[in-house]
Design a protein around this ligand. Structure first.
Ligand code: ZN
Length: 338
């Protein structure tokens, strides 16, 4: 039976692209590994951040929506937080770093691990979880965070649903195992203050020897959320190839989740299905990766378009919002004082 080993990428909706990049690169120290457009909405950038080469399991990606009034609302069927893995002895480094950049956070212990919980500039819930896992890919030596402290990739995601059962069944059907039942972990979630409370979290883990193996489910009374700025668009899980995607499509249908055909996203192949709790899942391949249309040395520096959009480049560039962010090595000291 085909199962996913864990998270491939997480895609969210941000606001201003420069502010987005200043946070994910300048604060979190991820590399901008691809600057392209949303293939389904070419007036919108699609920005990919990850380790030095964009190893699957390290990529958080954004559609920056710059139109006013497109704020999302948190609710059932959404990702409550996205957690990255950091080395076990890097907690103090990250606490200091968040302080230096004016990012408020809360520190808590969960499942025996230290968690720093905060939000990005658009309100997307993030966590840094300290643990002993191995780095899967390559550190970004030219980035603002020393390699020894760098975010390694995903730890997991927390999904908020109206009732745990149907989503739990899907998770167990795609390769996750329920490992522990928590209680009242997020009962009073003051930092989000917008109804992100829950009576507890139930942990699922693929058990794979890899990062990004965890999905926590929490029940929420908040009605179905609205997708928009400050919300996660989808969570993508890795599958090895198209035959695995075909098998997964059949399995998802049995849970009442109809998946799309395989879509070529240039850097991976993807199928999409909305699970019964309302969260959009994607299942994507590790290949061909981000070096398929750029040199590794210059990933993310230029706007790249898939071949079928190249002849529209001029119009596409004209319709995109201003975005010329580039991390400059050595700029760290100045930005920390802003
Ligand atoms: Zn995706």
């Amino acid at each position: 039976m085909v199962t996913t080993p864990g998270i491939h990428h997480v895609t969210a909706i941000g606001g201003d692209p420069e502010r987005n990049a200043a946070f994910y690169v300048g604060v979190l120290g991820l590399r901008l590994v691809k600057r392209t457009v949303n293939h389904d909405d070419t007036d919108t950038y699609h920005l990919y951040y990850g380790d030095a080469v964009g190893t699957p399991g390290t990529n958080v990606t954004f559609f920056p929506w710059t139109d006013a009034g497109r704020q999302g609302e948190f609710g059932a069927g959404q990702t409550q937080s996205t957690a990255f893995s950091i080395p076990a002895d890097s907690v103090d480094y990250w606490a200091d770093r968040l302080d230096a950049h004016g990012v408020g956070y809360e520190r808590e212990e969960r499942h025996g691990e230290t968690v720093l919980r905060f939000a990005d500039p658009d309100g997307i819930g993030l966590e840094l979880v300290a643990g002993d896992g191995e780095r899967p890919g390559e550190p970004w030596e030219a980035g603002p965070v020393p390699a020894e402290h760098q975010v390694r990739g995903f730890y997991g995601v927390t999904l908020a649903v109206a009732e745990l059962g149907p989503t739990a069944e899907v998770l167990e059907g795609i390769g996750f195992e329920r490992v522990e039942e928590g209680a009242a972990v997020r009962a009073a979630d003051a930092s989000n203050g917008d109804g992100r409370e829950s009576d507890g979290r139930v942990r699922f883990d693929t058990g794979a020897d890899r990062i990004g193996t965890v999905v926590d489910l929490v029940e929420t009374d908040v009605p179905r959320g609205t997708m928009g700025v400050g919300t996660v668009h989808h969570v993508a899980f890795e599958l090895p190839d198209e035959s695995a995607q075909a098998e997964m499509r059949e399995r998802l249908a049995a849970f009442g989740a109809d998946a799309t055909e395989v879509i070529d996203r240039t850097y991976f192949r993807a199928i999409y299905a909305r699970e019964p709790g309302g969260v959009l899942f994607e299942f994507s391949t590790p290949d061909p990766g981000f070096a398929v249309d750029e040199d590794v040395d210059s990933l993310g520096e230029q706007l790249v378009l898939p071949a079928w959009l190249e002849d529209r480049r001029e119009g596409i560039e004209a319709s995109l919002p201003p975005f010329d962010y580039a991390y400059e090595p050595g700029s760290e000291t100045a930005s920390a004082d802003d």
